[in-house]
Design a protein around this ligand. Structure first.
Ligand SMILES: [Zn+2]
Ligand SMILES: [Zn+2]
Length: 345
């Protein structure tokens, strides 16, 4: 039996070693397989550009003399000319914004996930908020919803949008003004089944658990799933996270933070809680003016709308927008940086 299996393997190997020849090719190609045209990978890349892409608006086909332009926002649509792009814009607008938002969201979340310092405090916040220390041994994966927002990096722009102060010093309306923003965590809260059902949670967490066990972590290092949501967007990112024992230990000891208001040179001690960990993460992002953390982004109209309506509700809002505003307002109540902003209803 073993012999015949070996025999089959040998026959497969023999058949698999086939090469083919053609006289036309043979004349110019050498044994290393260089084709007669001497075309390189670079040549193919070059030629690929004129690869007969279709103009979204007029269905014209791309030629080598007229390389089509790609939509610079979403990089998902091609146009033969500016006229065609302009003509297609009303049609394309919605999906383009959605794609751009999605890409920006993924970029920001992956930057946050790649940041070991910020993630350390986010993990400690998970332990404290879900009371994981009381739940040891932890058999089931935990899950947590992380509510993100983009807000102006300049606190005065934040206050101007909300109407806490007058929009002085600018003739341009705030809505159309280019405004630098940054990622902030508005809330962490238990994850509801509409964001993550139990089967999905287990399916996402299991490979991480197996990998963690393989390198010597045990039940003292709980694995769970963070579900990231940005603003009032319905798009989510679900990420398996391991909380290694050192973070559990810090959460157990809870060394306090020091909060300093630099202008008045006053410092105070802030106990370590889930929300002070989040305040710390947000403050670090705010302090990162050179954008080393890559957590800054241009404020979009939707981002501004949430900030503006957190000050005064001026229009009927969708439920998702009201929810996003609610989380922002909740955070404003306990983060020091907002203590001088109004909390109007
Ligand atoms: Zn066209
Ligand atoms: Zn586009």
């Amino acid at each position: 039996m073993a012999g015949s299996r070996r025999e089959i393997k040998r026959r497969i190997e023999i058949a698999g070693s086939v090469t083919m020849m053609h006289p036309e090719w043979e004349t110019a190609a050498d044994a290393s397989g260089v084709p007669w045209s001497n075309q390189t990978a670079k040549d193919i890349k070059e030629k690929r550009r004129g690869a007969h892409r279709i103009c979204t608006a007029c269905q014209g086909t791309e030629t080598e003399d007229n390389f089509y332009k790609v939509c610079s926002r979403c990089k998902n649509r091609f146009y033969c000319s500016r006229e065609c792009q302009t003509r297609d814009w009303p049609e394309h607008k919605e999906i383009c914004h959605a794609t751009t938002r999605q890409k920006r969201f993924e970029k920001l979340v992956t930057s946050l996930l790649a940041n070991v310092d910020l993630m350390a405090y986010l993990k400690i916040a998970v332990v404290l908020s879900l009371k994981l220390l009381d739940a040891i041994p932890i058999s089931e994966p935990w899950s947590l919803l992380v509510r993100l927002g983009i807000e102006p990096e300049n606190i005065l722009d934040f206050a101007r949008l909300r109407g806490d102060i007058d929009p002085v010093g600018t003739s341009e309306p705030l809505e159309s003004k280019k405004m630098k923003g940054m990622l902030q965590i508005n809330a962490i809260c238990p994850c509801t089944p509409d964001f993550l059902d139990k089967e999905t949670k287990i399916a996402i967490a299991q490979p991480k658990r197996t990998a963690a066990d393989a390198v010597g972590f045990n039940w003292e290092s709980p694995v769970g799933v963070m579900v990231f949501v940005l603003g009032d967007s319905r798009t989510v990112l679900q990420v398996p996270i391991l909380i290694a024992t050192p973070f559990m230990d810090i959460a157990r000891e809870r060394p306090p933070f020091t909060r300093t208001i630099t202008v008045t040179k006053t410092s105070s001690t802030v106990p370590m809680t889930a929300s002070s960990c989040i305040e710390y993460v947000n403050a670090i992002i705010r302090q990162d003016k050179p954008n080393r953390c890559l957590l800054r982004a241009e404020m979009s109209a939707a981002d501004k709308k949430i900030i503006r309506n957190s000050g005064v509700v001026s229009e009927p809002l969708q439920e998702v927008t009201r929810t996003a505003i609610g989380y922002l307002k909740g955070r404003m109540l306990h983060e020091c940086v907002y203590s001088a902003c109004g909390n109007k209803e």
